[in-house]
Design a protein around this ligand. Sequence first.
Ligand SMILES: [Zn+2]
Ligand SMILES: [Zn+2]
Length: 372
Amino acid sequence: MERDYYKILGVSKDASPDEIKAAYRKLARKHHPDMNPDNKGEAEEKFKEISEAYDALIDPQKKAAYDRFGPEGVSQRYGPGGFDTGDFVRMHQTDLGDLFSEIFGGGFGDLFGGGSIFDEFFGGGTTRTRGRYIIRGRDIKVRILLTLKEIYSGVEKTIRVRRNERCKVCDGKGGKGLKSCPVCNGQGRIRQTQRTVFGQFSNISTCPNCGGTGRVIEEPCFSCNGTGVIKKTATIKVKIPPGVQNGNYLSLRNQGNAGEHGGPAGDLIVVIEEKPDPVFTRRGDNIYVRAPIQYPVAVLGGKIKVKTLSGDVILKIPPGTQSTQMFKLRGRGMPSLGGYGRGDQLVEVYIDVPKHPSKETKEVIEKLSKVL
Ligand SMILES: [Zn+2]
Ligand SMILES: [Zn+2]
């Protein structure tokens, strides 16, 4: 067994805990026995090796001991006697729990039918439910880019998603008939011996091949290879209500990936993204615009045309208006999500100064400068 923990995880000696964690998660996902059904034995060895390295490096004290004394330093200081098994178990449950949620899209309980596999793996749990080998489908997250005008009026969008759908050939069951699982001899659990720097652990764990049922499908479906799901591109219409904001999301129940072996489907999560607008700026339900006014209008008063999300409106400018003065167009902002009221539009005016005035304009301005 490779004993250079840094090499095992592929991190440098000064790697931060986050880097160590990221490296570990990546490798654990790659080498987890469940993810390597064709090469289980080797994957298990590798997985243990990675776990051992991670255990030693993630804890600052153990890391320091390892840096100083090598693997022996870690087992000496934290070996049987000085080592708190509780921590070890908790640590793994948390980390691997997260990991599994990522791989299988949550539904840890669904997958193994009750108690977490790690309760058994580490000897923590005593009760075990015979599980159904079903997996909840993963949620799918899509972003949808909307203009302010679309958000203003509400819009129906058509999106395409690549997702797992229930196999029609086997109706999601994955095949026909059941036989005793060859991996666990129909027991649903397997004994595993894990050697770690903390000693040797012997554990009973749920059989990953049958998910603890002790049975596997006898004739796997040819169409879905026994998974019960098939990848397809679906076209889905999504109705977006008026007034949504950047980061709001809609959850479309059961529109995500279908679950394997007839498991429940995940959700389709549509995340709203607001497209920046060249004219309008949104703050909450209020809309801000800047509008130019001519000098004579500022002095004498007048009317200007202002763009709003619902079309142009006429804004009255009183005499003596100053640059950067704000005007409010009440109720011309965004509708509030949920339908109660609307924001306002705020118009900031500025004096439009000609960059290249005509000869005539220049003459008039010169005359004006004499009387001011
Ligand atoms: Zn099928
Ligand atoms: Zn089995």
